[in-house]
Design a binder for this molecule. Sequence first.
Ligand SMILES: Cc1cc2nc3c(=O)[nH]c(=O)nc-3n(C[C@H](O)[C@H](O)[C@H](O)COP(=O)(O)O)c2cc1C
Length: 184
Amino acid sequence: MEETPLRIMGLSGSYGKSSKNGMLVDLALKKAAELGADVVYWDLTEEPLPLIGAEGCWSDPITKKFQEEASNCDGFLVSSPEYHGTMSGVMKNTFDWVYEKHVGGKVFGLMATLGGMENSNTLNHMRIMVRWLHGIAVTQQLAIGHVKEAFDEEGNLVDEDSNKRLQSLVESVLDTARMYRNSK
Ligand SMILES: Cc1cc2nc3c(=O)[nH]c(=O)nc-3n(C[C@H](O)[C@H](O)[C@H](O)COP(=O)(O)O)c2cc1C
């Protein structure tokens, strides 16, 4: 019997697909789709998640839809811009809308973009956050420094080494998600 495809959600810590993080998540999802996954991109421009604690936030139907969609996924490809040495508030707020019951035991691939030189701050902070949610962040990760120059006009990464790392990250997320699914 043919296996049901893995379902993978893309999450960006910036608004819109034309942001660098939107582009990076889009590229990662394309690679996941090429490997047979069903992919979904949660576009905050179309479906913005309210700030946690803002008036009316707990009854906002978008948050329920987001939680349901996250619950239906096997894994996540996530990218945040680095802001002041850590993930963006948008990224953190997105994660604040899910709990262990939605994403526990699911697999995460972590990416970050920086205006300056690459480092692992944002990746490390996201790794801690994912652990708190009982998610499984794969060991591969990708930081793209000097991100303004990182993409060509077709939305591909200019640097071949970064492209290979992205491919390896996506493969690892799918392999690990498959392993966890088959172990249930
Ligand atoms: C408020 C703010 C803080 C930032 N802090 C950093 C930083 O600490 N280190 C860095 O390399 N770039 C920093 N940047 C640059 C962003 O990382 C860069 O613009 C972003 O990765 C581009 O992705 P985007 O197009 O998805 O927004 C900062 C940008 C903003 C707006």
